[in-house]
Write a protein that binds this ligand. Structure first.
Ligand SMILES: *[C@@H]1O[C@H](CO)[C@@H](O)[C@H](O)[C@H]1NC(C)=O
Ligand SMILES: *[C@@H]1O[C@H](CO)[C@@H](O)[C@H](O)[C@H]1NC(C)=O
Ligand SMILES: *[C@@H]1O[C@H](CO)[C@@H](O)[C@H](O)[C@H]1NC(C)=O
Ligand SMILES: *[C@@H]1O[C@H](CO)[C@@H](O)[C@H](O)[C@H]1NC(C)=O
Length: 423
């Protein structure tokens, strides 16, 4: 890509440093917070919900252990930023910006690493309340036979289940180890071929190449200028700042993290694309094995829509499982693949992880019985937006038999099995 294109892509960024605002907040990939992204489940008039199946990612959490070192190192960077501004009069931070940097410290305690935050509990609790409000016939009372609740074995999934159940049921069932179902809800460690494929060179090629390319380097340079560094900070450091910003605004929606300040909206879109590339090739449409794992979750949905005794299924899982499920269902697949070379052309792509897999992301399937119609209909909601289903001629409510037919080859046990996992 030539320099002209790069400066066009980042034009707004260099033209004026716009203040960091609400509009900037929804570009943080899987660290975006749910309320920025969610829709409102519409009422479906003349129809009665008869079955409900929910697959949910855990809520906003603290960083994992392995992320903490890089975030701790931001403390040193913070001192250098303050020095750049106060002693060397470099950079373009305002007095208020500097105040935020001066006050900052990393609020995560080691023992909290990976756990759900207060804001994460609230997200799920409120989602539970909204579900109850929309589907009172199905959710107002809990019975062991009518409701299947499964979580992965991870603490954050169990905490999320607890938070959502407290929003749905006045007297929530206790979340116990008997609800753990890693076969369905935690792919990592179960399928050697999959684990290997996500670490392969192939999986990293596009993101590495984008990361070292001109567009990302230009972001690093502009951010460094803004903070008063003569030499550009490394892209790794800029990514750490971006992630810290995303986390801190997911923890405290109203507070501005100093680590957000250096970024323009265009910078954030570039960094979002870098994340989108990583996730796409590691574990979505860019990895041919992902559909083979996602089909197992689709098979569970297939079973739950018609055959199963129970009429409610609630699952609590993770980002990676959400991605393979999106692939299994054929949601958000672009005609062109995102690559290191087509950032600008992919501006209106569907594969946008911030919109697809924020914290507390969920896919909800509801089957409805509608007046005067003999067949049930299925609606699929992504983060509370009703989807037009590509596999069902773009219809929002898909006749059940047509829906099952559309996915019958996906869930066919002769295709959908774990045989490929053995290396
Ligand atoms: C859901 O299943 C339970 C238990 O099988 C049953 O009592 C209830 O009537 C069902 N609810 C609906 C709306 O079909
Ligand atoms: C899933 O949860 C139900 C309780 O809701 C439990 O009976 C079952 O054993 C759990 N695990 C699996 C693998 O279904
Ligand atoms: C999918 O659902 C249909 C209808 O309930 C059923 O006949 C079929 O066996 C199911 N397939 C799988 C793989 O579960
Ligand atoms: C359903 O059928 C009833 C009686 O046959 C009719 O009055 C009503 O308008 C129909 N509703 C719809 C949505 O077609």
């Amino acid at each position: 890509m030539n320099l002209l294109v790069v400066s066009f892509v980042l034009f707004l960024a260099s033209a004026a440093i716009a203040k960091y605002t609400q509009q900037h907040k929804s570009y943080f990939s899987t660290h975006t917070y749910y309320d920025l992204v969610r829709g409102d489940i519409p009422n479906v008039p003349e129809c009665k919900a008869e079955r409900l199946w929910l697959f949910s990612r855990h809520g906003t959490r603290y960083p994992h252990h392995h992320e903490l070192k890089a975030f701790n190192d931001l403390d040193d960077l913070r001192h250098r930023i303050i020095k750049n501004s106060e002693q060397h009069k470099r950079g373009t931070l305002s007095k208020d910006d500097l105040k935020l940097f001066k006050k900052w410290n990393l609020e995560v305690k080691k023992k909290d690493a990976g756990k759900i935050t207060k804001s994460g509990e609230k997200e799920l609790h409120h989602l539970g309340e909204r579900l109850l409000q929309h589907f009172p016939q199905l959710l107002s009372s809990y019975s062991k036979d009518g409701v299947k609740i499964n979580t992965s074995s991870k603490k954050r999934a169990k905490q999320s289940a607890k938070a959502m159940l407290s929003g749905i049921y006045g007297q929530p069932p206790e979340v116990t180890d008997s609800m753990v179902n890693d076969d369905l809800l935690l792919v990592r460690g179960q399928c050697p071929a999959w684990d290997e494929s996500t670490e392969s060179k192939e999986a990293k090629r596009e993101s590495s190449s984008f990361k070292s390319g001109e567009v990302v380097q230009e972001v690093a340079k502009q951010v460094s200028d803004r903070l008063g560094f003569k030499d550009s900070l490394s892209v790794d450091t800029v990514e750490t700042m971006y992630k810290m910003c995303g986390y801190e605004q997911a923890w405290h929606h109203k507070h501005t993290s100093p680590w957000c300040i250096p970024f323009s909206k265009d910078h954030l879109k570039v960094l979002e694309y870098l994340e989108d590339l990583k996730k796409y090739y590691k574990g979505a449409y860019g990895n041919p094995l992902s559909g083979k794992l996602g089909c197992r979750i689709v098979a569970d949905l297939n079973d739950s829509l018609k055959q199963a005794q129970r009429n409610v299924s609630l699952y609590f899982s993770h980002d990676e499982e959400m991605r393979v499920l999106l692939v299994g269902l054929g949601i958000a697949e672009d005609q062109k693949r995102p690559t290191a070379a087509n950032y600008a052309a992919m501006d209106s792509r569907q594969w946008r992880t911030s919109k697809l897999i924020p914290f507390s992301a969920n896919i909800l399937a509801v089957s409805y019985r509608c007046q005067n119609e003999s067949d049930s209909k299925v609606g699929i909601f992504l983060n509370e937006h009703l989807l037009k289903l590509g596999k069902c001629q773009g219809q929002e409510l898909c006749p059940l038999e047509q829906f099952l037919q559309a996915y019958s080859s996906t869930v066919d046990p002769s295709i959908c099995n774990m045989d490929f996992c053995t290396l």
